[in-house]
Design a protein around this ligand. Structure first.
Ligand code: SF4
Length: 265
């Protein structure tokens, strides 16, 4: 193992050589971007796969940022595709209800089913070997600290030990790494800046997370802030139209209904 201390990042990163494909889920947010940059700094780009969990519910600036990442890195960003319902409004119609804490079908379909299918379609259920680099940080929330806080950023983990619900056909071929687990938010911004990249401009508009816009399980306060922007008004119209079409009222709650474990990375 080679220990590298970047002159521009205070955190230690241990490079662990591997021939496996390095798969980095990229949301367009700072944590996954910093993770992607670490991959670029240590592996040939032919070895790296950038994967976006597509919900069809991101802000246009996030899609622009994914284009930017693609241009800067020379790596095509691949998108998962849940064909039965490619966008969030399609999925809500299909389920005839809005997602909530109990019926978190948005996570189930877009972050789990579609991801499993992507792995299957790309040979990782056969004998192709991968190492997935997740940009999860333990200080992001109490929930994440509790669930992931003990995972060492400089170790490779068994997929099944962390996400036990994924099938063995996949977990035998794909391992996990959490390279920025012990970084804080400013470490990620700094790492992006010192690499010469810009961050997603949504952060400059007051967003503290990037992903579904808004996350339909976020607190009422957070959703209201995002619905009140120009793009948010368009999203709100989808919700209002769905309320009429389905005859179901859209509820927001004061408390965040729990972050998706595989969202916001
Ligand atoms: S970020 Fe929110 S709305 Fe999007 S898939 Fe996750 S829980 Fe659902």
């Amino acid at each position: 193992m080679t220990q590298i201390k970047f002159d521009f990042a205070e955190k230690l990163f241990v490079h662990i050589p591997t021939d496996r494909k390095i798969i980095v889920p990229v949301s367009g947010g700072k944590d996954s971007t910093a993770t992607f940059i670490l991959a670029l700094q240590h592996f040939d780009k032919k070895q790296i796969i950038a994967l976006h969990y597509n919900t069809g519910w991101d802000h246009p600036k996030t899609y622009e940022y994914l284009d930017y990442m693609q241009e800067k890195s020379g790596i095509e960003v691949q998108f998962t595709n849940y064909q039965e319902a490619p966008t969030m409004p399609d999925l809500i119609k299909r389920n005839k209800r809005f997602p909530n804490r109990i019926y978190r079908f948005c996570t189930a379909r877009y972050k789990e089913t579609a991801t499993k299918r992507w792995f299957k379609d790309n040979g990782f259920y056969d004998d192709r070997k991968g190492q997935m680099w997740l940009g999860i940080r333990s200080d992001e929330s109490h929930q994440r600290k509790k669930k992931y806080g003990d995972l060492d950023s400089n170790e490779i983990h068994d997929y099944a030990d962390v996400f036990s619900w994924f099938p063995k056909t996949l977990t035998k071929n794909v391992s996990l790494r959490f390279p920025v687990m012990d970084w804080d938010s400013s470490d990620c911004f700094e790492h992006i800046r010192k690499f010469g990249w810009k961050h997603n401009s949504l952060y400059d508009e007051g967003c503290n997370r990037v992903g579904c816009y808004p996350c339909l399980l976020a607190s009422k306060k957070k959703q209201t802030e995002e619905f009140n922007t120009e793009f948010g008004q368009k999203q709100l119209k989808f919700i209002k139209d769905l309320e009429k079409e389905l005859g179901v009222k859209y509820e927001m709650y004061d408390e965040d209904q729990g972050s998706c474990e595989v969202c916001n990375i």
